[in-house]
Design a protein around this ligand. Structure first.
Ligand SMILES: [Zn+2]
Length: 191
């Protein structure tokens, strides 16, 4: 297991949870001016998932080392690697059974975004980074938010290299953390 601490420019799950009201901001804008003011643990096999519930909107912020979802962290060099990256990006646009909200709540995906350093061409003069993350966010609007009880997380089925998901939940009922260890998959939204 490889561990690397580094500053991180994009919105983290924790930040999304705290700033749930501002989740509509361009969370993944990679402005060079944005301050690198927090440390992020990049640990292969461990991802994070923020679940923020506000009014009738549920926002999921998923962050993972790329190694855990595609098995490498560099820009694609081969057709097989390109295919893996394409599949990852497609899945992040249509997460399907990666996240299943309580059916009775009738939540519909409104917005899905995913970013990673390897999705874009390297910036001129940028130093090669040995590690890279996936940062994705998903916004659902629910017809019956009062019926929302849990999120069924299918990440372990989809990504065999993933062993643990550190979950942070924030809702009108409070905030708490809960870790999902393979093969667990249900995150209850009540304490
Ligand atoms: Zn890594």
């Amino acid at each position: 297991m490889s561990i690397q601490y580094r500053s991180h420019r994009t919105t983290r799950a924790a930040q999304a949870v705290v700033a749930a009201a501002c989740i509509c901001l361009p969370a993944f804008a990679s402005s060079a001016e944005e301050p690198d003011n927090h440390q992020h643990a990049h640990v292969h096999g461990i991802a994070s998932l923020g679940i923020a519930v506000q009014d009738d909107v549920v926002t999921l912020a998923f962050e993972s080392p790329l190694d855990s979802v595609i098995g490498f962290e560099h820009r694609a060099n081969t057709p097989a690697e390109r295919s893996s990256v394409d599949k990852l990006q497609a899945r992040m646009k249509a997460p399907g059974d990666l996240f299943r909200l309580t059916p009775a709540a009738e939540c519909k995906l409104q917005k899905a975004e995913a970013e990673s350093a390897i999705f874009n061409p390297p910036a001129a003069g940028a130093a090669a980074d040995a590690h890279a993350d996936l940062d994705a966010s998903f916004e659902y609007r629910c017809a019956h938010i009062d019926r929302l009880a849990s999120v069924d997380v299918g990440l372990f089925d989809a990504y065999p290299r993933l062993q643990k998901v550190a979950v942070e939940v924030a809702s009108g009922k409070g905030q708490f953390k809960r870790d999902l260890q393979r093969p667990a998959r249900i995150v209850s939204l009540s304490r």
